[in-house]
Design a protein around this ligand. Structure first.
Ligand SMILES: Cc1cc2nc3c(=O)[nH]c(=O)nc-3n(C[C@H](O)[C@H](O)[C@H](O)COP(=O)(O)OP(=O)(O)OC[C@H]3O[C@@H](n4cnc5c(N)ncnc54)[C@H](O)[C@@H]3O)c2cc1C
Length: 393
């Protein structure tokens, strides 16, 4: 019997439990998490009454044990974890799927007055406080989830943007178009960086003041590495758990995945931080395969699709042209805006030297109009297809 202990009830932890049951015949799986399982990327649907909880019934009937508790220590020499309740659990394989936390606002006075947005309790707090105006610092996907929730509770969201929306994942024209569409849905924007957060809003470096009853920060995440660093696992650049392509840490009996760990980019082959659900899901497959003894790994692309305010559909895949350039590619773009299936605005990015597809971003405001093309681009990118094959096909 192989005892597999998984820490975290998120996408990564739950996915690993499911795949371990599937691939490892003699596994005895225990999952420990400090929140009840739910779908994190659906948090914005809570105010409209949607049930986003995840049932553990099927896995429990397959023998998986769920413990609602917090792991306080990993003793690698004894292959055991210690829980806050005092319980100790032995493992043969440990999987750290501990996720991430909203990054703090460094060097901004008053940052302690801001809220993060990551957990169900964060949405409950926004609903309870019933604000009339919410300021959101940051222009990430999560910032737009907060704006979405604010709109659903009747508050006016003001997104404070330093450069442009979702800069690392969208072509510049798509950021601009997204901003236009969000304005039509009642989202306000303020340009600049926060200089100081006050009880009643945010002072910007431009001197403008954004009034708000609540201030959120959505400037990225910090991987939850407390357990990993305390038990001496190797960290990549000191801030995220280092793993190989199968998710194995510097200890062959300990795996890490999802928002707590790096991925290996399929285009550059370099370690990257993804912090997206797609990566957590694919990594959970790879980890379970590794525990089963298989060498098989799926590649992990940067792929994100999202829908805001129930009508704005976004997709981003691989590298944008500015990011591709930083990675050493020679990027060129083909505009596909308005072509059947390609959404209202979209660009395929390819490398001029090889013609290989290396990225895509697009926006559509009709339901699912762009989803299929997004999947075609994803496959083309992973199969190293040339741009001509993709757009003529
Ligand atoms: C608002 C929002 C919207 C998002 N939208 C999208 C989207 O549209 N598409 C997409 O791809 N991604 C999206 N993401 C990102 C996605 O949710 C994450 O990438 C994904 O949840 C990562 O899964 P995970 O299992 O690594 O971590 P998590 O989902 O964070 O789960 C980790 C869990 O481990 C628990 N934990 C941590 N330490 C311990 C411990 N010591 N003991 C016990 N439990 C512990 C944490 O409390 C948490 O419950 C979104 C994120 C947010 C916040």
């Amino acid at each position: 019997m192989r005892r597999v202990v998984i820490v975290g009830f998120g996408l990564g932890g739950m996915g690993t439990a499911r795949h371990t049951v599937e691939f490892v015949e003699d596994a005895k799986v225990a999952v420990i998490g400090d929140e009840k399982p739910y779908v994190r990327h659906k948090l914005r649907l809570i105010p409209s009454g949607e049930d986003i909880s995840v049932s553990t019934r099927h896995l429990e009937s397959d023998g998986v044990e769920f413990l609602e508790d917090h792991v306080i220590k990993v003793r690698r020499d004894q292959k055991e974890v210690e829980l806050r309740s005092g319980k100790r659990i032995k493992y043969d394989f440990l999987v750290l799927a501990t996720g991430a936390n909203p990054s703090s606002l460094r060097k901004v006075p008053g940052s302690e007055l801001t809220y993060g947005f990551r957990k169900k309790s964060d949405v409950d707090l926004l609903v309870d406080k019933n604000p009339s105006r919410v300021a959101i610092i940051g222009a990430s996907y999560v910032a737009l989830h907060i704006a979405d929730v604010a709109r659903s509770v009747g508050a006016e969201p003001v997104v404070i943007v330093r450069s442009r929306l979702i800069r690392r994942s969208l072509e510049p024209e798509i950021s601009a178009y997204l901003e236009e569409k969000l304005r039509e849905h009642g989202v306000k924007f303020a340009k600049g960086s926060p200089k100081e957060v006050k009880e009643n809003g945010v002072l910007l470096d431009s001197g403008d003041f954004v009034e708000a009853d609540m201030v959120y920060r959505a400037t990225g995440v910090s991987p939850e590495i407390t357990l990993a660093s305390k038990c001496g696992l190797d960290l990549h650049e000191g801030w995220v758990i280092n793993v190989d392509r199968q998710g194995r840490t510097s200890d062959p009996n300990v795996f890490a995945l999802g928002d707590a760990a790096i991925i290996h980019d399929p285009l550059t082959n370099k370690p990257e931080y993804a912090g997206i659900g797609t990566a957590a899901t694919i990594m959970s497959f790879n980890v379970a395969k590794a525990i089963s003894g298989s060498k098989m790994t799926l590649r992990i692309p940067r792929y994100q699709k999202d829908v805001f305010l129930r009508g704005i559909h976004m997709i981003s895949i691989g590298w944008t042209s500015p990011e591709a350039e930083k990675q050493g590619f020679n990027p060129e773009r083909v505009e596909m805006s308005g072509k059947p299936g390609w959404g209202e605005k979209s660009y395929v990015v390819y490398d001029k030297s090889t013609s290989q597809v290396i990225g895509f971003s697009g926006i559509a405001t009709e339901r699912n109009m762009i989803r299929e093309k997004g999947l075609e681009v994803l496959l083309a990118m992973l199969r190293r297809k040339k741009v001509g094959e993709l757009i003529s096909g």
